[in-house]
Design a protein. Structure first.
Length: 394
């Protein structure tokens, strides 16, 4: 990891260049190439970037800069500085690297973390929106952050001013069961905006801060669309709380659409410019998020078949919470109706009418209950009927 972290921190090393150079090679091999004849690395970089002329002066200049840096940089020292600053680096595919990013088409080769991101294996919802949030938008974001965290959902956002900060503030209240995670545009040690210094410190202590930019990297403008793609890739559901027309949060929506991630939008006043983007999303057919219950309903569908599902327990605001499935525990907390329908199923396809008759429930209630059992992983459609899943047979 020391070599990968060192490469990521080189001047002019973009995530795309790092991905191209490390494709199929170890970071140590690439670092060694910096001290080899120039043609080897220049040729590889130019070929990857589609440059037909291997004498391209810009590319040669970049490689020469890297070569000089390699002579003056000791990867072991880089690693020591990371450890001393409580920063951890993860290479794609290594233990600790976020599992939802591993197979993403634009997965970063290296991510840097302060705090903990282990909670990213739970259901995640991205709460995003404008930096110029209204009082209404900030209040909704904070409320959603608190309610979703109470339900065991990890709130992911960008730690920018406005909606992002409000969402994190809500999720960071004491004793929340699911600590939030921030994905930032610069280095995890570069507080931006400066006014968020206290919030950054709280997130590092109680949640996690993640970036593909090396420590010390400035939050340059070009980094934020890249940051937004990571937010979308980590989330099971993206919720846009407030967005101006053409606002940056819509980059996250585009990235979510490209990945098949569900997007919801919070409706706002038609007189408010801060809600122009979200209201347009809704007009175009986007799902509506009025409260945490709407988000949890979408999240339950997004997580169907995963290791997590909504359970009957309630949080302070009355919403159901997500918990990891364990087949014996799931069946133990079934409602009487759910148990009756499960017992009416067989290990082979059972006609829907037979399930209705055996359970003693009406058509509508039986249909709803079967879908609920499917979400819990206990039942599955089979042809024109239903059958118990492997988990439902235990």
């Amino acid at each position: 990891m020391a070599y990968a972290a060192t490469l990521a921190g080189l001047d002019s090393m973009t995530p795309q260049r790092l991905q191209r150079l490390l494709r199929g090679r170890s970071a140590e091999e690439v670092f060694a190439d910096l001290r080899a004849p120039r043609a080897r690395l220049v040729s590889r970089l130019m070929h990857a970037e589609g440059a037909p002329d291997q004498r391209n002066p810009r590319t040669a200049q970049i490689v020469n800069t890297w070569r000089r840096a390699s002579v003056d940089t000791d990867p072991a020292f880089v690693w020591e500085r990371l450890v001393a600053s409580n920063t951890v680096a993860y290479r794609r595919g290594s233990p600790g690297y976020p599992s939802r990013l591993v197979d993403d088409r634009a997965a970063p080769e290296v991510v840097f973390v302060r705090g903990s991101i282990a909670q990213l294996d739970r259901p995640c919802v991205a709460l995003v929106g404008t930096r110029s949030a209204t009082h209404y938008g900030s209040g909704v974001a904070a409320e959603l952050g608190a309610d979703l965290s109470d339900a065991g959902v990890v709130v992911v956002s960008g730690l920018a001013a406005g909606i992002d900060a409000a969402a994190h503030e809500g999720a960071l209240a004491p004793e929340r069961p699911a600590p939030p995670v921030a994905v930032v545009g610069g280095g995890v040690d570069v507080v931006y905006p400066a006014s968020s210094n206290r919030l950054w410190a709280r997130l590092e202590l109680a949640g996690g801060i993640l970036s593909e930019a090396a420590p010390g990297a400035a939050p340059e403008r070009w980094r934020f669309p890249l940051r937004n793609r990571l937010i979308a890739a980590l989330a099971h559901v993206v919720v846009v709380v407030e967005s101006h027309k053409g606002g940056g949060a819509l980059h996250t929506v585009t990235a979510a659409d490209e990945r098949g991630v569900t997007v919801l939008a919070v409706p706002g006043s038609v007189r408010s410019p801060a809600s122009e983007g979200t209201n347009s999303l809704i007009a175009d057919g986007c799902g509506v998020a009025r409260d945490a219950a709407d988000v949890l309903a979408a999240l339950e569908l997004a997580c169907a078949g995963s290791n997590y599902a909504l359970g009957p327990r309630t949080g302070p605001c009355g919403q159901r919470g997500f918990a990891r499935n364990s087949p014996p525990a799931v069946t133990a907390r079934l409602s009487p109706d759910e148990r009756a329908v499960l017992e009416a199923l067989e290990d082979v396809a059972t006609p829907f009418e037979s399930v209705c008759g055996r359970s003693g429930l009406g058509l509508a209630l039986t249909a709803v209950t079967l879908e609920r059992l499917a979400t819990l992983g206990l039942a599955a459609r089979s042809g024109s009927g239903w059958e118990r899943s492997a988990a439902g047979r235990r």
